[in-house]
Design a binder for this molecule. Structure first.
Ligand code: SF4
Length: 493
C-alpha cells in the first residue's frame, strides 16, 4: 500500500521523521504536510499539563486508528527535543501497528545507528543488559534485534577506545570499472582513465598536507582506510604513489585496510604493492555467487574471477580478507542466498559483511523493482547470514541501517575473534576523529562525551577536487582550529 497521506501537525519540523515511521510499513507513502486531500489523514494534537506532554495521533480515511502517549518534559532543551519527537513517532507507530497488524523487526526505530541507544542508556548508569531491555521496550524491537545490538557492543568494548589525540586517515578513490545498478556513491567510471593521473597528483598533495597538519596538532595515527569507489581501479604504480604518500601514517597505524572491492580489478602486481605497504586487511566483495545476478546488477565480473582473486590474495600473504554479500538482490531467492553463503565458506574470509539491499533514488536499481524479493524473504536471508557467521565462529561487531532497505533491515559486519575492523567501528559509532582525503571524503572531529561532531567535507566532483586541493586542506585546518566550545551538539535517535 502506497497511499498519499495528509499529515496535520503542530510540529511540521518533525514531518520527515513521522514520514519515516509510516514508511517502515508503507514504503512508498507520499505526504502532504498540513494540507488536506490525502487518501488518508493523520492528525497529531498535543497538550501540556503539570510538566507532562500528552500526544494523540489519529488516522482517518482509507484506514483508521488512534493512539495516545505521554511523557514528562525534560528540563534539558536538547534532550526534550529528542524525547518530544520520539513521543509523536511512537504514537504514530502504535497507530500503524493497529492498522496494518504488523510488528516490524526494528519496531519504531528509524535511526542509522541503533547501538547508540544502548550506549546512551549505559551513560545514564544502566548495565548493558538493562540498556538492551530498555531499548527493546521503548522501541518495540524484536528480542533478537535487541540481543544483536548487545552482542555488538560486547565486541566493541574489547577494542581499543579512540583517544582524543588519535585520528583515523581515510583516503578515497572515487573510480570504478563500471557502475553497479544499486550504487549511490559519487564514484565515476574509470573510462579512458584521463582523470586518474591528475587525481593521484592531487591526492598525494592532500595526504602530505594532512600528515603535516597531524604533526602540527600532535595527532597520532589510529586506523588507515583506503576506500571508494574501488581503490584497485588504479594501476599498481598509482596505488604505490598514494600508499607511499600515506606511509608515515601507515607505519604507526594499528590497522591498515585497502578495499579491493571488485574482483575484476585485482591482479598479483597490485596485491604485491598493497602488501609491500603493510596493509593488514583487504576487502574482496563478490556480493553474490550467481553470475546472472552479477550481470543484472551491472557488476562486470564473474564468480570465477572472485575465486581467482581470493587465491591470489592468499598467495600474496593476506591473512585478513573481508567479504561483502548482499541479501535481497533482484531475481534472488532464499536458496540462492544460501548457496552464496555456502560457497563463501570455501573462500574462508576472516570477516563477512552481510548487507541488505538499499535502493536509493540515485541508483538505477528501481528499474528492477518488480524482481526484488519481498521483505519477509530478505529477513530470512539476513537471519541465515547471522547463523552462518555464528557457525564459523564470527561475532557481529558493527551495524548500521539505511533508509529504503528491503524489509527495513540492517547491514551487519561479522568477524572472527581479533578481526573486527577498528575503522568501521569508529565510523559507525562516530567516536573517533577522521581526517579524510579525496573527492567527496568527509573529515570529522568528535567529542563523544557531549555527542558533538563537526565535519569538513571535500568537494565531490572530481575536477573540482583536483582544481581546489589547497582549499580542501584549508577546510581540515579550519576544522582543527575552530573554537571547540561553540559548536552544535549532534542529534541522536
Ligand atoms: S563497486 Fe561500489 S562504489 Fe563502485 S559502482 Fe559498485 S557499489 Fe558503486
Amino acid at each position: 500500500m502506497n497511499p498519499t497521506i495528509s499529515l496535520i501537525t503542530p510540529t511540521p519540523q518533525f514531518a520527515n521523521d513521522l514520514a519515516d515511521v509510516v514508511r517502515i510499513f508503507w514504503g512508498g507513502a507520499q505526504f502532504k504536510v498540513n494540507e488536506p486531500g490525502g487518501e488518508i489523514t493523520v492528525t497529531h494534537t498535543e497538550t501540556e499539563a503539570n510538566g507532562v506532554r500528552f500526544c494523540r495521533v489519529e488516522m482517518s480515511g482509507a484506514c483508521s486508528g488512534c493512539a495516545e502517549k505521554s511523557k514528562e518534559i525534560s528540563p534539558d532543551p536538547l534532550l526534550e527535543k529528542r524525547y518530544h519527537k520520539r513521543l509523536i513517532k511512537q504514537a504514530l507507530y502504535d497507530v500503524m501497528k493497529q492498522v496494518t497488524g504488523r510488528t516490524p523487526p526494528w519496531g519504531s526505530l528509524t535511526g542509522i545507528r541503533p547501538t547508540r541507544l544502548l550506549y546512551e542508556g549505559m551513560s545514564r548508569g544502566l548495565t548493558l543488559q538493562q540498556a538492551e531491555a530498555e531499548t527493546r521496550e521503548i522501541f518495540d524491537l524484536l528480542p533478537e534485534k535487541a540481543a544483536l545490538l548487545r552482542e555488538i557492543i560486547e565486541v566493541q568494548q574489547a577494542l581499543p577506545i579512540p583517544q582524543d589525540d588519535e585520528v583515523d586517515l581515510y583516503v578515497g578513490i572515487p573510480f570504478c570499472v563500471s557502475r553497479c545498478a544499486y550504487c549511490s556513491f559519487l564514484s565515476g567510471e574509470v573510462g579512458k582513465g584521463k582523470q586518474l593521473s591528475p587525481y593521484v597528483d592531487a591526492l598525494e598533495k592532500e595526504i602530505t598536507g594532512t600528515l603535516a597538519l597531524m604533526e602540527e596538532k600532535g595527532l597520532k595515527p589510529r586506523a588507515f582506510y583506503m576506500g571508494g569507489g574501488t581503490p584497485t581501479s588504479l594501476s599498481a604504480a598509482m596505488l604505490d604513489r598514494v600508499l607511499t604518500a600515506a606511509q608515515p601514517f601507515i607505519d604507526r597505524a594499528m590497522e591498515v585496510t585497502v578495499e579491493a572491492g571488485r574482483p575484476d580489478t585485482i591482479d598479483a602486481e597490485k596485491l604485491a604493492v598493497i602488501r609491500s605497504h603493510k596493509a593488514t586487511r583487504i576487502s574482496i566483495n563478490p556480493q553474490t555467487m550467481h553470475d546472472e545476478t552479477l550481470q543484472r546488477i551491472g557488476r562486470r565480473h564473474t564468480t570465477a574471477q572472485t575465486e581467482a582473486a581470493y587465491a591470489l590474495a592468499r598467495e600474496a600473504g593476506f591473512t585478513h580478507i573481508n567479504m561483502d554479500v548482499i541479501a535481497g538482490l533482484p531475481g534472488e531467492n532464499l536458496d540462492m542466498f544460501l548457496q552464496t553463503l555456502a560457497w563463501s565458506r570455501g573462500l574462508a574470509p576472516e570477516s563477512l559483511t552481510v548487507h541488505t539491499l538499499s535502493i536509493k533514488r540515485s541508483s538505477l536499481l528501481h528499474l528492477w523493482e518488480a524482481s526484488l524479493p519481498d521483505g519477509d524473504m530478505v529477513s530470512r536471508m539476513v537471519d541465515a547470514g547471522r547463523a552462518e557467521a555464528a557457525k564459523r565462529g564470527m561475532k557481529p561487531y558493527y551495524l548500521y541501517r539505511q533508509k529504503h532497505m528491503a524489509g527495513n533491515l540492517e547491514n551487519v559486519g561479522y568477524a572472527l575473534p581479533g578481526h573486527a575492523c577498528i575503522y568501521n567501528v569508529d565510523m559507525m559509532e562516530e567516536t573517533g576523529h577522521v581526517l579524510a582525503c579525496g573527492a567527496g571524503a568527509i573529515s570529522k572531529r568528535v567529542d563523544p562525551a557531549i555527542g558533538r561532531i563537526e565535519r569538513a567535507p571535500n568537494v565531490s566532483e572530481i575536477k573540482n577536487y583536483i582544481d581546489r586541493t589547497d582549499e580542501m586542506l584549508q577546510r581540515k585546518q579550519l576544522l582543527w582550529q575552530a573554537d571547540w566550545n561553540t559548536g552544535n551538539k549532534t542529534e541522536r535517535n
